[in-house]
Design a protein around this ligand. Structure first.
Ligand SMILES: [Zn+2]
Length: 752
């Protein structure tokens, strides 16, 4: 910790950039390269850049190189000029680390024709890139084919230029691939059978195929890394590790598999304008997911107006992407298109100059930090990949509940039987459930980390006061045992919907593996998935039914109605559970009288501490457990109902059984992240208070934010930007800090 300068450069704060020339790479040749590198350092304030090694441009020119190599043809427009070797000395002089960008997924048909057997094939034998031309024209190759040797030789050759490493843009194992002869042979050798011809979630062979694809990616990366290290032992390599978004199993990206073979985990979180614009805090969730894998992380956020690449992002959005990223302990990355600088240089540079400049100046505060969050939210890659609910009832088409022109969409009532459709429903249910918890905790200022399946061990959970399992359906025996031990040793657990009802590869269990811990006697069935007019009722005063003393976690009054989550289960609770909220009997229609309070609880609260036990008594140190027999996060993410947000937060606060170390009066539009480093607590605040829609154009500073931190006053408290001291006074839960008005972003620094 103390010897920070001895950290390798990639474990220190990194600010990455790719200045992109598109098809006009020769423009770089005519630049003053010394001036170019100088600007990157002093105008953009980056310390790491990507230069093009093989271009990602139409019609798939990834087989041409920008540097001298006797093995690969040169990109013609450069007329033999070695872009990398000419530029490298200038970049090094400015202290910039240079990574070569290698396009590894897009190849022209002519090039493919010269290399039979390299293309990825669909199950029917047609090349993927002929059925789905990439970016309009071009094809893609298989990591298990002869192309692998070509690709690793490319890595060797580019390493010889002296670059600090490579970024591989691809390969991608495309949906429905790969059935090339090499894959068939290798799969047969490993699993003793031909690969399964179609998506079939009832077949173990299909699940093996899913794993085979992910392993193929990881082994390709390992081979590429070995090639790099043979030339440059300190070289870094990485590719897109994949995101948490639902359905990412289709492209065989698994952060826990590729992460072992790369120095950074990176993933895209591009801003795309339009009706499907990303949900709030997309960079934060992406950053937390990447950081969870325990190595340096990079969030790729285009500095472009979506697909209008030659215009920069609106300034506030560019800064917001970077602020959300660094607040969660990840590194920012931008792509800037050179033409944008021809047309609007000042506007494009300004937000990056300001924010990256700030990060450069304050680098020690971003070095060797770790999260101080007390809550963990599991992103179960196993569940995201293999979960397909076995509950027939949830596949009834009940429509969106939306009313328009005096017509209510209540669906067809038909049951969906198609595998693919069922898998899509399960995938989006899983993804929404995870993101809904993240969003609600963020807005309610409960600091949380994302954790991965590999953290479900005895050592991986102990640092958290509350572990949340958002529909962690697919868990192994060992993972279940680790969760049991965590609760036994005093950890508090929150679980939802079908948690632990399936094995790690998705086979349904006969009963939920955590039912006894969660307080479930029996699963009776599922309610039809209706998004209208169904309710739960608060049947006990939440303040007296075990509401945590000192927490602000009692939002509901007895008799209050809350919207019923769409995906809801009927379960029998075992004796001794608090059940403060109950389902009403379903009505099945809208504008009708509501149902009666049913026997089925919608929240099962367990106080595991034995009666009369003292805190020093091991028997009394068992944790609190809440089971929500529904996908509350999914409903919140889709419908954004205030009652659901409060219910999610209340659940975690109740489970915590006390106050969290950091609390704040900031509005929900301020993202608060708590990090620490030797001798310091760092409370990041990202302000999103302003425009109520994209484009985010203006921002209101937030005044009068109070932050309360457990314990005595800090030796020194100040804001990172202004270095102004912050006033502190004692409060019931520790020390209260009164912050100056918050503009876009700042950090409250508390020195021990
Ligand atoms: Zn193949």
């Amino acid at each position: 910790m103390e010897n920070r300068t001895e950290l390798p450069w990639w474990e220190r704060p990194v600010r990455m950039m790719r200045l992109d020339y598109g098809p006009d790479l020769q423009r770089m040749r005519h630049e003053d390269l010394a001036e170019l590198a100088h600007r990157k350092k002093h105008e953009w304030h980056i310390n790491c850049e990507w230069v093009i090694g093989t271009p990602g441009i139409a019609p798939g020119l990834g087989y041409l190189v920008t540097f001298h190599s006797k093995h690969f043809p040169h990109y013609a427009a450069l007329e033999g000029w070695d872009l990398i070797r000419n530029y490298l000395p200038h970049a090094k002089r400015e202290g910039l680390h240079v990574l070569a960008y290698l396009n590894m997924h897009w190849y022209a048909y002519e090039f493919a024709a010269e290399h039979p057997g390299w293309e990825q094939l669909l199950a029917d034998g047609r090349p993927y890139g002929r059925v789905h031309p990439l970016y309009g024209s071009g094809t893609t190759f298989c990591v298990n084919s002869g192309w692998r040797d070509w690709a690793t030789l490319l890595v060797t050759e580019v390493a010889r230029t002296g670059v600090d490493g490579v970024f591989l843009d691809g390969p991608v194992i495309y949906p429905g691939c790969c059935y090339c002869p090499a894959c068939r042979k290798q799969f047969q050798a490993e699993y003793g059978e031909e690969p399964p011809p179609a998506e079939d979630w009832s077949s173990p062979l299909w699940k093996n195929f899913i794993e085979f694809r992910e392993k193929s990616m990881a082994s390709f990366l390992a081979a590429a890394r070995a090639a790099l290290k043979a030339v440059n032992p300190d070289g870094v390599i990485f590719l897109n590790a994949g995101s948490w978004h639902s359905g990412s199993w289709r492209v065989a990206r698994n952060i826990e598999k590729v992460g072992a073979h790369q120095e950074f985990n990176g993933a895209e979180m591009f801003f795309h304008p339009g009706p499907n614009a990303a949900a709030p805090i997309p960079w934060a969730i992406t950053a937390k997911h990447l950081v969870a894998a325990g190595k340096p992380a990079v969030v790729f956020s285009h500095h472009t107006l979506g697909a209008w690449h030659y215009i920069g992002l609106p300034p506030l959005e560019a800064k917001m992407a970077a602020a959300e990223t660094v607040a969660c302990g990840a590194n920012p990355w931008i792509a800037v298109f050179d033409y944008a600088l021809d047309h609007d240089r000042e506007a494009v540079v300004a937000p990056i100059n300001e924010f990256f400049g700030f990060l450069e100046k304050k680098e020690p505060y971003y070095t060797a930090t770790e999260s101080a969050a007390e809550v963990a939210v599991l992103y179960s890659r196993q569940s995201a990949t293999f979960y397909i609910s076995a509950l027939d009832d949830i596949y009834e088409d009940r429509g969106s509940g939306r009313e328009q022109h005096l017509i209510a969409d209540t669906g067809t009532g038909q049951r969906i039987v198609d595998w693919r459709r069922r898998k899509q429903i399960s995938d989006s249910l899983y993804g929404n459930e995870f993101a809904g918890w993240c969003l609600a905790l963020s807005r309610q200022h409960i600091a949380y980390d994302v954790i991965l399946d590999s953290h479900l061990t005895s050592g991986g959970l102990g640092k958290y006061k509350v572990v949340v399992l958002p529909n962690a359906a697919c868990l192994s025996e060992e993972q279940v045992e680790a969760l049991r031990r965590y609760v036994r040793e005093g950890g508090n657990l929150v679980a939802t919907f079908e948690t632990a009802r399936y094995l790690a590869q998705g086979e349904p269990r006969r009963e939920g593996a955590l039912d006894d811990v969660l307080g479930v006697g029996k699963l009776v069935g599922a309610f039809p998935p209706v998004a209208a007019e169904e309710y739960v009722e608060v049947t006990a005063d939440t303040a007296t039914s075990g509401g945590a003393a000192g927490s602000a976690g009692q939002p509901f009054r007895q008799g209050q109605l809350l919207p019923r989550p769409v995906y809801s289960l009927r379960v029998e609770a075992i004796a001794g559970r608090n059940t403060p909220i109950h389902y009403l009997t379903p009505t099945g229609r809208v504008y009708t009288a509501i149902g009666q309070v049913s026997e089925f609880a919608a929240a099962l609260h367990g106080e595991e501490g034995t009666a009369g036990a003292t805190s020093g008594d091991p028997a009394g140190s068992r944790g609190r457990v809440v089971y929500l027999p529904h996908a509350l996060g999914d409903s919140y993410y889709r419908y954004r109902l205030q009652e659901h947000e409060e219910w999610l937060a209340y659940t975690v606060r109740w489970a915590n059984n006390g106050a969290f170390a950091v609390s704040t009066t900031a509005p929900p539009t301020v993202q608060v992240e708590v990090r620490q480093q030797a001798g310091r607590l760092l409370i990041h605040l990202v302000n999103h208070t302003g425009d109520t829609q994209r484009p985010y154009h203006f921002l209101y500073p937030v005044s009068d934010i109070l932050v309360t931190v457990a314990g005595p006053p800090a030796r020194k408290a100040y804001m990172l930007k202004s270095e102004a001291e912050v006033a502190a006074k004692a409060s019931t839960h520790g020390t209260q800090y009164a912050l100056p008005p918050l503009e876009h972003y700042d950090v409250l620094v508390l020195e021990e």
